[in-house]
Ligand binder design. Structure first.
Ligand code: WT7
Length: 649
């Protein structure tokens, strides 16, 4: 291939691959043309208690919307991730845990993990947790996070993992929405050399809950930090385990029984509880993990995401364990004790596959080649990225440094809603183009549509939709099915709307251009502008607020808040800090605004709608691209906004 911007499949992959390019195209075509047969076959990667006879039962018609896969089959997800591996690979390492401090690590075999999950599952039962109950998990990156998730799955409880970086307010909202009566937490976690208190956040959150009352808080003691204790309510994890039977039969669950809820932000309202079910989700997660990462038994797979996000659910826990692999669980951050840490962990543990977010790559790249100084990295044979578009410069840096110009990079596009990877290269099959998530996964039919929902052909740009269902698709918004239909199936009739825009090139490669709705992607964390704005206006000094994203070198997008204070309030430094801390308190540190601009007025249409397009352009310094501002109620506002923006320096 002569095109310098195309990276052909390396010879090492051509010799020994699961699938070459021709193989990919053949299987992909079959997966579309013989869709049901393909998925009937793929379901076989799991162990079923009662085999399914039905495969796909789907309608994308919004009057009769339903998505069901393998519906008459029964199985247990934890048994698929643990029990079925015991006979052949019980002593293989299931979890390689790597601690925040260098030198700390622990290997947990399938047998050990199975034993602890069984004990804890019995422990949950002893607290009255039953099949169908929602259990909240608010844990750092410790093995007990995996234990807690799998223990819920074992007894048919639905877990709702809340990222441990969320504030008590954000946690309370999710506990209320899910209606959980039990929460699993730790006294504190370790991150970047510091303790992060968690149990205290849980206590505060419980006091804030309006809809649900928490009966038990299970606490893992993972640091030396003291923690307040409420007798009768709080339960020590170790003591709970010590009181249990070792055997816990796995509950027989329907394929369509819920496995978990995971909250994610949308363009309107509160975060949505994305609901995933059992059989389809695990089938799809397992399939993608095998093909996208060309995963082989015994390899160490390091997905550096937190279990609080979908990437952590699917590629730290469920997919690698369903495939009998070794998953690396890293407690810390990429730059502690210094920027060489990621490479050191790779060398020390001889990691085979590294899957991290572009924002981490950009943060490391800002240090030149120091992050790989003195490292060998020869154990790595494949790299991956996820969560946001990767700029070609960062891609090439990652390829040259961590990849030693030998490892393919799989840039995987997907969403909380999709369960697992949707657009992605496969290492032996896909010539790579830096910045492109390339081609669809088996069974996935992406399309680009214009504003009216007309399907666009050829090399073009448009709204990214998916035309037909796949087993890993979310099934509903927990407690609000109408919101599910409205959000994903109403913009364009008869198709799933992703909320992303994309371009397709002459080779049929997809290039994600970013969200086309009011959702931000800040360091790979998804945030709704509506959610940020409603938190802001809840502050007693704020009259009005509008939030937009702007290009940020490391975070991808930064948070830019335009704020109108109440009459009589002083727009000074003290107020700026108060507003900043307010967002951290209401949502969490990930919601820390990068820029706060005092705005005596916001650009509104005569009907009162804020024209965000203008705010986005000003935040990005694109004053010459403001477009038509004549429809504004008061066009003079724009001059004022630009001069205040410039004054920020
Ligand atoms: C949004 C989903 C995928 C799990 C982690 C994030 C953006 C995700 C890519 C990629 C360009 C990407 C999209 C998507 N996104 N992966 N490889 N290239 N953009 O899951 O929090 O649900 O966010 O992240 O905008 O819609 P999420």
């Amino acid at each position: 291939m002569s095109n310098p911007s195309v990276y052909p499949v390396p010879d090492t992959y051509l010799e020994n691959t699961l699938l070459d390019e021709e193989g990919y195209l053949e299987l992909y075509n079959r997966s579309i043309h013989d869709n049901e047969a393909f998925w009937r076959e793929q379901g076989q990667r799991l162990d079923w208690i009662k085999p399914y006879t039905q495969v796909k039962d789907v309608s994308y018609n919004k009057e009769d919307l339903h998505i069901r896969w393998y519906a008459d089959g029964t199985l247990n997800v934890s048994a698929n991730c643990l029990d079925r591996h015991l006979a052949e690979r019980g002593d293989d390492t299931a979890i390689l845990w790597v601690g925040d401090e260098p030198g700390q690590s622990r290997e947990i075999s399938y047998r050990e993990l199975h034993a602890e999950v069984s004990l804890f599952a019995n422990g949950l039962k002893s607290l009255g947790v039953k099949r169908g109950d929602v259990v909240t998990i608010y844990l750092p990156m410790i093995p007990q996070a995996a234990v807690a998730m799998l223990a819920c799955a074992r007894i048919g409880a639905i877990h709702s993992v809340v990222f441990a970086g969320f504030s008590p307010e954000a946690l309370a909202g999710r506990m209320d929405d899910g209606g959980s009566r039990v929460i699993i937490t730790a006294n504190a976690g370790r991150r970047g050399g510091r303790s992060v208190v968690l149990k205290q956040n849980v206590d505060k959150a419980i006091a804030l809950c309006k809809e649900t009352s928490i009966e038990n808080v299970v606490v893992v003691n993972c640091t030396d930090d003291e923690t307040p204790w409420q007798e009768g309510r709080d339960v020590d994890y170790g003591k709970l385990l010590a009181a249990q039977d070792a055997e816990c039969p796995a509950e027989e669950m329907g394929a369509e029984d819920p496995l978990f809820i995971l909250y994610t932000s949308g363009s309107t309202g509160k975060p949505k509880g994305v609901l995933h079910t059992s059989g389809g989700y695990l089938t799809y997660a397992s399939l993608t993990h095998q093909y996208v990462f060309d995963y082989r038994r015994g390899e160490k797979f390091w997905c550096a995401a937190d279990v609080g996000w979908i990437t952590g659910h699917s590629y730290v826990i469920y997919a690698p364990l369903a495939n009998g692999g070794t998953t690396v669980m890293y407690e810390g951050v990429p730059n502690y004790p210094d920027v060489r840490r990621v490479a050191q962990v790779v060398d020390e543990h001889q990691i085979d596959i590294l899957y991290i977010a572009p924002t981490a790559i950009r943060a490391l790249m800002a240090e030149g080649d120091k992050p790989v100084e003195g490292a060998s990295l020869e154990s790595l044979r494949l790299l991956g990225t996820v969560g946001e578009p990767i700029n070609p410069e960062a891609w090439k840096w990652y390829y040259r440094t961590f990849g030693r110009s030998q490892c393919p990079i799989v840039d995987t596009w997907w969403q909380t809603e999709t369960g697992a990877a949707m657009l992605t290269p496969m290492p032996g099959a896909t010539p790579l183009k830096p910045g492109s998530a390339t081609r669809p996964m088996f069974g996935i039919q992406p399309a680009l549509v214009d504003g009216e929902g007309n399907i666009l052909e050829g090399a073009t740009e448009g709204n990214l939709v998916i035309l037909d269902s796949w087993p890993g698709q979310m099934r509903t918004v927990f407690g609000d099915h109408q919101r599910f239909i409205d959000t994903y199936f109403s913009t364009f009739a008869g198709m799933y709307f992703t909320g992303d825009g994309a371009r397709r090139d002459e080779d049929n490669y997809y290039w994600i251009t970013g969200r086309v709705d009011d959702v931000l992607n800040v360091s790979g964390h998804r945030m709704g502008t509506a959610e940020l704005e409603s938190a802001l206006v809840a502050h007693p000094s704020i009259a009005e607020a509008a939030v937009v994203g702007f290009p940020h070198d490391i975070k991808g997008q930064g948070i830019y808040a335009y704020i109108t204070l109440n009459a009589g309030e002083e727009p000074n430094e003290e107020m700026r800090l108060a507003v900043r801390n307010w967002l951290r308190q209401e949502i969490g540190p990930i919601a820390t605004p990068d820029v706060i601009q005092w705005s005596p007025g916001l650009p509104k249409t005569r009907s009162g709608k804020i024209m965000r397009r203008i705010l986005r352009k000003i935040a990005a310094n694109e004053f010459d691209q403001l477009g038509d501002i004549s429809t504004l109620a008061d066009p003079a506002v724009v001059e004022q906004l630009i001069s205040n923006h410039n004054a920020l320096g």
